[in-house]
Design a protein around this ligand. Sequence first.
Ligand code: AMP
Length: 288
Amino acid sequence: MAAYGSTMPEVHETIAEFRAVLDQSRAQGQAIGLVPTMGYLHQGHASLLRQATVDNDLAVATIFVNPLQFAATEDLSTYPRDLDHDLALADECGIAHVFMPTVAEMYPEPILTTVSVAGITARFEGAARPEHFAGVATVVAKLLAIAGPCRAYFGEKDFQQLAVVRRMVADLSMPVQVVGCPIVRDHDGLALSSRNVYLSPGQRAAAPALYRGLRAASAMAATGERSVDAVLAPLRAAVVAAPGAVLDYAAVVQADTLEPAATVVGEQRVLVAVGFGATRLLDNVGLG
Ligand code: AMP
């Protein structure tokens, strides 16, 4: 066990040590809640950590910036990190143990076995970032294999990722209950994200347009409008009007399969992705 300052969570850097802690806790009949993260924790992560603490006897987090899910051109080496802050926040949220492996611990050899989820990953983030979801599914499968039977918490902020994880867990009969948690937003509606620190002051001022547009789309759907284009029109307009914003996609999808909707009806989700310079922002809202 490594000690970091005076913070409370125990930090484990090896798979064997972390697994032993969870095995021992399960042997005592405790329910375990696991929150996988890439660190640089904010109040969005904190909501998952708190939910895991409330629902379970033992709540644990993982902090691992997973190289497999970054393309060569992406921000792996500059991904923001602040371990002292992360551990203090995890402590506040009731997290007892943090698994923080090195890349060498997770991938001692170049990995030959990967997990890829078809269908759900074909569009949206999967189209924009072709290797991304195989990297995510592989590391989540590995973390779940290390942790063993548990509840695992993921944010609706990354709605497609949540769908991918749910499907992987179901398809592979993993002994895990996936819990989706609502999006936590800043005071002006911007969904919290570790990558928001990359935004310039001008981009940050323009970024709440995503949520404004999503709310307008959801209000349009609430009037009974069935046309996908009509529901998306105010979202597209809000993004177009935001200085520096470049729309990647805006779509209405089935909430479970992520298939694009033909008409607006039932359990659906509006997804949006916008580029501000090199920074990609995602957001979504539920319909119905
Ligand atoms: P990350 O550290 O970005 O990999 O995120 C770890 C987990 O926190 C993922 O399940 C995210 O969906 C979730 N998360 C990130 N931001 C938010 C947010 N603003 N609200 C809710 N969950 C979030």
